[in-house]
Design a protein around this ligand. Structure first.
Ligand SMILES: Cc1ncc(COP(=O)(O)O)c(C=O)c1O
Length: 504
């Protein structure tokens, strides 16, 4: 079977539609991880993912009669775009059925490539059923996203290029896995020619259908599938891909959402390319492999499989990158609700970079603050921060791995105080450098109580802070005189309707 698959890969027709993509060196990553790391740039394909290869090769095998009737797929993802482009190049009618909830941007991308889009059902299963019905009615040919030998062969051309482009020593190739079309093609080609090279699958932790199948010794259907990396959100590994690769691959690594986000950033820093979450998956796995095995001086390739991301998602991805690198600890700390305790807490933290600080007055005794702190990767440094705070008698809850905290609570911490009081609200801008926050707090008169504080490091040159202060009566007319001495730009916000409606 191996030889037959390799023959199909060698005979694949992909280059009428796909490009031979480069392998980019990743100098920052290579230095950081003590290995030569290369990135196969499938994000540079005309449809911004490798999927054009399999779709085109499959279509190239159809008879004239099949082509005359048209092709169909149920997909809201990269397969839809690959198929639409392949069909357009061949002058074949393509129908793509998508669930009604598919974002407009994806619908538009497929339409722009000339395919007919039918929106049907609320979930993928209904779209898929409708596609089957249309096949019966119109005689369309179904083009599967991964469970097909010609699709697998088309995807396998990625490996053909990797071995040709890098003929020197190569230790492992990391491949993202959804339904397994790509890894089956890559594994077949690589193991036939260079069995010494490891082929390692990478899956998102919450859609690890290949790992489950390898452990069970047969294909299993996952009860639930996480969709953060939507390109690989598949509940069951494909039958044909599994039968090809099961005895060929060297392992499967699973990674978390935060680790995927960190990999998106790594790829950006080395290549300036913005990859989609599924596209960065393989690098997240590569990093984990290096950390787990401790390998050094090897040559490792990861496949950046796609770049079809919604621009709006980047904000969330950026937010989670520090956590993915384990460079940020998220803590809930209880401090005393009295003037000076905020400053004391910052002093206890010392010179550490504060990445986030959210606090709202709740009652007269305790104040709960939501705080992000930059730490060194690996967990030890985070533990050191926890120990230090606990030794200073602070009640600390580590929320770094708490999904609720990271996704929602950080945006909700605060609200209205439960009793009425007067506070002065100001927004400040200060140069983002270590100690700037402490400098600010030190200059505030010691008898002013901080009743609200919000700060988030956005990686910009200037930090922005919102501060509520309980100022004693006598000082109130002089607030701005004090603030002028601090030297940071500020704006009075006490009358801002957003504040009045939600916080005051
Ligand atoms: C960007 C991206 N990466 C990886 C995959 C996984 O490919 P496969 O289903 O062949 O395993 C997909 C599948 O659509 C994808 O779109």
């Amino acid at each position: 079977m191996l030889e037959a698959t390799v023959k199909k890969i060698l005979q694949s027709r992909v280059y009428e539609a796909a490009w031979e993509t480069p392998m980019s060196p990743a100098p920052f990553l290579s230095r950081r991880f003590d290995n030569q790391i290369l990135i196969k740039r499938e994000d540079l394909q005309p449809v911004y993912s490798f999927k054009i290869r399999g779709a085109y090769n499959k279509m190239a095998q159809l008879s004239e009669e099949q082509k005359a009737k048209g092709v169909i797929a149920a997909s809201a993802g990269n397969h839809a775009q690959g198929l639409a482009m392949a069909a357009k190049l061949m002058g074949v009618k393509a129908v793509i059925v998508m669930p009604r909830i598919t974002p407009d941007i994806k619908v538009a991308a497929v339409r722009a490539r000339g395919a007919k889009v039918i929106l049907k059902g609320d979930a993928f299963a209904e779209a898929s059923e409708h596609a089957q019905q249309l096949i019966k009615e119109h005689g369309y040919t179904y083009i599967p996203p991964f469970d097909d030998i010609d699709v697998v062969a088309g995807q396998g051309t990625v490996a053909m290029e990797i071995l040709r482009q890098h003929s020197g020593p190569l230790d492992a190739i990391f491949v993202p896995v959804g339904g397994g079309g790509l890894i089956a093609g890559v594994a077949a080609y690589v193991k036939y020619l260079r069995p010494d090279i490891k082929v390692i699958g990478v899956e998102a932790e919450d859609s690890a259908c290949l790992k489950a199948a390898m452990e069970a010794g047969e294909r299993v259907v996952l009860d639930q599938v996480g969709v953060f990396a939507e390109g690989v959100a598949v509940a069951q590994i494909g039958e044909i891909p599994f039968s090809i690769m099961r005895d060929l691959i060297d392992g499967v690594i699973t990674v978390t959402t935060d680790e995927i986000c960190a990999a998106v950033k790594d790829i950006f820093e080395d290549t300036r390319a913005v990859s989609e979450t599924s596209g960065a998956l393989s690098l997240a796995g590569l990093k984990k492999y290096v950390q787990q095995t401790g390998v050094k001086g090897q040559t490792l390739v990861c496949i950046n499989s796609g770049a079809n991301t919604n621009f709006d998602r980047l904000q969330h991805i950026a937010e989670r990158t520090e956590l993915g690198e384990q460079r940020e600890a998220i803590l809930a700390v209880t401090i005393a609700e009295k003037p000076g305790s905020f400053k004391k807490f910052c002093r206890t933290l010392g010179k550490r970079m504060v990445t986030e600080f959210s606090y709202r007055y709740a009652d007269t005794d305790d104040a709960h603050i939501f705080v992000g702190i930059q730490v060194k990767p690996g967990g030890e440094d985070r533990q050191a921060v926890l120990t230090k705070l606990r030794e200073a008698d602070y009640d600390v809850e580590d929320l770094t791995d708490n999904e609720l905290a990271k996704l929602h609570i950080r945006h909700l911490a605060g609200g209205r105080p439960c009793e009425e009081f007067t506070e002065e609200l100001y927004r400040f801008e200060f140069p983002e450098r270590p100690g700037a926050l402490m400098n600010f707090l030190t200059r505030l008169p010691h008898n002013w109580n901080i009743s609200l504080f919000h700060y988030r490091n956005h990686g910009a040159a200037y930090g922005r802070v919102l501060v509520g202060m309980q100022v004693p009566n006598g000082d109130r007319v002089h607030v701005e005189d004090y603030l002028d001495t601090i030297g940071y730009r500020y704006w009075k916000e006490s009358d801002n309707p957003a504040y009045r409606l939600f916080m005051a």
